[in-house]
Ligand binder design. Sequence first.
Ligand SMILES: *Cc1c(COP(=O)(O)O)cnc(C)c1O
Length: 217
Amino acid sequence: MGLDEIKRRVAAAEQAAGRAAGAVTLIAVSKVQPDARVTAVLDAGHRTFGENYVQEAQGKWPGWRDAYDGVSVHMIGPLQSNKAKPAVALFDAIHTLDRMSLARKLAQQVTEQGRSPQLFVQVNTGDEPQKAGILADELPGFLTSCRDLGLTPEGLMCIPPEGEDPVPHFRLLRRLAEENGLPKLSMGMSADFEAAIAEGATHIRVGSAIFGARDYG
Ligand SMILES: *Cc1c(COP(=O)(O)O)cnc(C)c1O
């Protein structure tokens, strides 16, 4: 279990970047991991987790929320509009608000359930045709539309293109957040979280470096 090592590296990266200790929220991405690995991290005192699939999260987290105080679960995977209802019920944050149809469904559920998960807008920083996310040019208009629906996005999220230097993408995301008055930045994974912290990440999403490799078999 790599939790202690990752926490140590996060603290070192915060310090190296001249940021306050604890400025970065470490989201332990537990998707697809065996239960025993997740409970080991819970037993070690960690409380913030990330999941990619609504159904998987629904099966795991209600029980662990009962067993452990103060658990917070973040949705970091693509969210189908027809899963907006369970997603609003289950998650404390949603990092993947990436289109108007989803914004409408989330707004409806926030009103119906009286529950408002923290929202991040996913930005397609690499302009990749196959990737989810709002294009940089379209972000101001998208944020206005979200606010018109009564939603209050607090930050931006990105997944840089595979095989590219992630730093220009982290910088773009930071600039967009500043220009749009958003205080939170969800960026950085196992391979690049230290670079993301140097560029201002407030939330990093680290899976395999904490839990070990995922087995999708
Ligand atoms: C799976 C996943 C992660 C964690 O990836 P690791 O490389 O295991 O740290 C982070 N962000 C998103 C969006 C993911 O889907």
